[in-house]
Write a protein that binds this ligand. Structure first.
Ligand SMILES: Cc1cc2nc3c(=O)[nH]c(=O)nc-3n(C[C@H](O)[C@H](O)[C@H](O)COP(=O)(O)OP(=O)(O)OC[C@H]3O[C@@H](n4cnc5c(N)ncnc54)[C@H](O)[C@@H]3O)c2cc1C
Ligand code: SF4
Ligand code: SF4
Ligand code: SF4
Length: 659
């Protein structure tokens, strides 16, 4: 069985083995819902190529300068640098912002992938999902029109997230790049009021609902009709648009997500004292660590493990909330979300005086405005949007994108989902899949630019303005300087480089073992473990570690930090370096670059043995088309070792849309 972990040395491949290599070995890119080519752009930043880094991001995630500030960063949660004993994850998000800060002065307008098709698509909702879907469809050659009920596009980017976290000119500039592709954005268009989905379906070839989660979840507690209780979304919209809101001095925020943090930090900027009350522990809060750190830095009290019980008036005839009753919780068994559910501790109730309660307790999809004929095609029998994050509906030509399908999530999840949705719309409009996910493999690399000393560089913090300069509009984080960006990006292990030893050439001199910086980056093994489809799934450590007493040397990608030391000392050049990138290609381009004929030789002690090895290999390679099989060649017998039989084949590798 050949021991290489990819199906080819260079070119494009989408065999399960190649796609699995990407998923397993570049965890940050696999975790990004938009599959952003993270090591590629971190590498560009490190070389000082900020504009290239911005461009890579733009292609993949549509709003790089926005996400560089406020992304929820699922990539950092899985970054290999953050594993136990290796330090902190690479600051992928801060680095992304550096690419925009230092490499994005003029508008960047992408080249369409396909010529104009004449097909039109109506998109309901001008949030990140609606805009991302529009951009993708414009690149596919279609003509999208976005209908937004608010006076400006952007969705929660500007209706929810405060300006001190996300400056409005950054949002506008990235939306302008989408407009320049021919996307029309019509504001003050409330679908369900100004027109209906049915009407849109008559005038457009397809319709996408990307209307977010605008229906607030109001806590059904005693006293809920008192004055002074607002939902956080209404409060933030008012504060973001007008710069003020009547909330009094004492403000309680109930919740533990982005909306809660933003409400509390906005309230103190309006001159109030705010505190956050959350029913679970800090671990269960669905915000980045930096958001909690900033809350604490701004001296906003965070009361954890407390559940709201009732809103209370002061009994002197006013109908305003005067205090709020809470009860202390302890954590019980995990709930459906996997988070441990809070359980109230009897007798631990307490009251807090308050002028305004801001509820940041979640929001749902508003389904009240859907046409009566359309609702059953989109909703389940209980009236909820169907589960499973669907992009399609039971109505041909009607699609869903972003939070309207997946529920309240994050910018990057909404954008990733919208990209999937746009692919489905394109396939519906033209009748075929015109883009394909592939592994783009570049061989013949001799240097990654890394040295082991880079592994010890600590994570660089993001500079911020001092507390006394903070206001509703002043951006808190000021972003990396070029020097900080360079230091941070050198930490990245560049997991998209693959080091591999060709054991048929290796002379087992063990020079690579002498220079390796990590105990387990190169290991002596007795065997490699394979899945049925040919993927290498593990290795069996060698029993006898003496030179020439073990059959294979293996580079464990999980422990390799791409320093290149091994490759430089190898006297027989049997260590190869390839760059492997998850890319989205036009199907027609992939077909054009299909690799030329290759050959492979199978060995055995008998003809049947060698044939058996060949059959097993072919069974695991459904992308291989054998062009020629040569007659077996037998070597003369070697005393004590017997014969060796070789069978050579020539083959082509096929790229299929099905993968
Ligand atoms: C306060 C707050 C802070 C957040 N902070 C972060 C953060 O820091 N990081 C992060 O990753 N995520 C954050 N999120 C979540 C993130 O903003 C959302 O997940 C994301 O915006 C969802 O995108 P979307 O396009 O699906 O929906 P939305 O952004 O909600 O956009 C939907 C759009 O549809 C429009 N619309 C609705 N109904 C109609 C209709 N009938 N006709 C026409 N238009 C309509 C709305 O006006 C809106 O513009 C935050 C959310 C909130 C509320
Ligand atoms: S080290 Fe770099 S490439 Fe590897 S997971 Fe982290 S950010 Fe991604
Ligand atoms: S490049 Fe070679 S020496 Fe460097 S960490 Fe990887 S396997 Fe070890
Ligand atoms: S240096 Fe090269 S030849 Fe020597 S053991 Fe390592 S891989 Fe094999």
């Amino acid at each position: 069985m050949p021991h290489f972990s990819l199906t080819r040395e260079s070119g494009f491949a989408n065999h399960p083995k190649d796609m699995d290599w990407l998923r397993t070995n570049i965890p940050c890119q696999a975790a990004c819902p938009a599959h952003t080519r993270i090591p590629d752009y971190l590498g560009e930043i490190n070389k000082g190529n900020y504009a290239e880094a911005y461009f890579i991001n733009l292609v993949d995630n549509v709003f790089p300068a926005v996400l560089g500030r406020v992304c929820s960063r699922p990539c950092e949660d899985v970054c290999r640098h953050g594993r136990e004993g290796l330090g902190e994850p690479v600051a992928i998000c801060f680095s992304k912002r550096a690419a925009a800060d230092h490499g994005w002065d003029k508008l960047v307008v992408l080249e369409p992938l396909y010529p104009k098709t004449g097909k039109t698509v109506a998109i309901i909702g001008g949030g990140p999902a609606g805009l991302a879907a529009a951009r993708e469809l414009a690149l596919y050659g279609h003509t999208p029109t976005v209908f937004e009920k608010h006076s400006s596009p952007g969705g929660m980017m500007n209706q929810g997230i405060p300006e001190f976290r996300l400056p409005r000119d950054v949002i506008e500039k990235e939306i302008e790049q989408i407009r320049r592709l021919g996307v029309e954005i019509l504001c003050n268009q409330n679908i369900g009021v100004d027109t209906t989905i049915e009407e849109l379906m008559k005038s457009y070839d397809a319709v996408i609902i990307a209307a977010g989660t605008l229906a607030p979840n109001i806590l059904d507690l005693p006293g809920k009709d008192l004055g002074g209780i607002k939902h956080g979304l209404d409060f933030l919209l008012e504060a973001n648009e007008t710069g003020k809101s009547e909330i009094g001095q004492r403000v309680i925020v109930v919740g533990g997500g982005f909306t809660a943090m933003d409400c509390a930090r906005t309230a103190i900027r309006l001159g109030s004292q705010s505190s956050v009350y959350y029913r679970r522990s800090r671990k269960e809060m669905s915000v980045t660590k930096d958001e909690i750190d900033e809350l604490i830095h701004e001296k906003i009290p965070l009361e954890l493990m407390v559940g709201p019980m009732a809103y209370l008036a002061n009994g002197n005839g006013t109908d305003n909330v005067h205090h709020m009753r809470f009860i202390r919780n302890e954590l019980g068994a995990p709930d459906a979300s996997g988070r441990r559910s809070p359980v109230a501790v009897k007798g631990s109730e307490f009251d807090v005086d308050v002028d305004t309660v801001l509820l940041a307790t979640g929001q749902w999809q508003d389904t009240t405005w859907l046409d009566k004929s359309i609702a059953p095609k989109v909703l389940d029998k209980n009236g909820w949007i169907r589960k499973g994050k669907p992009v399609t509906t039971d109505q041909p030509g009607l699609f869903l994108a972003g939070d309207y399908s997946i529920g309240a999530s994050t910018l990057i999840e909404a954008i990733g989902h919208a990209k999937q949705c746009a692919r489905a719309v394109d396939e519906y409009l033209v009748g075929e899949a015109r883009v394909l996910d592939v592994a783009e493999i570049s061989g013949g690399i001799t240097d990654t630019g890394r040295v082991p000393e880079m592994d010890d560089v600590p994570r660089q913090g993001n500079p911020a303005i001092p507390l006394d300069k903070r206001s509703l509009r002043a951006e808190v984080e000021t972003g990396y300087t070029r020097q900080l960006a360079n230091r941070e990006t050198m930490r990245c292990y560049l997991c998209h480089f693959k080091f591999e030893i060709d054991n048929d050439i290796c002379i087992y001199c063990e020079r690579c073992l002498e220079v390796k910086p990590h105990d387990n980056c190169i290991v002596r093994v007795d065997d490699l473990l394979y899945a049925d489809d040919g993927r290498i799934t593990g290795h069996v450590p060698a029993q006898d570690k003496r030179p020439h007493h073990y059959p294979l040397l293996y580079i464990d990608q999980d422990n390799c930090t791409r320093c290149g030391r091994c490759e430089k000392v190898c006297p027989v050049e049997c260590i190869s370096i390839q760059k492997v990138t998850h890319n989205t290609m036009r199907t027609c381009d992939v077909a054009k670059v299909q690799s030329p004929t290759k050959n492979w030789t199978f060995m055995g002690t008998t003809v049947a043995d060698a044939k058996g090895a060949m059959v097993k290999w072919l069974a695991a390679r459904d992308d291989v088309v054998v062009r020629r099989e040569y007659a077996p060649i037998e070597t003369p017998p070697v005393p004590g070792e017997g014969r060796t039989v070789f069978i050579r084949i020539e083959f082509e590798e096929r790229i299929t849309a099905s993968n």
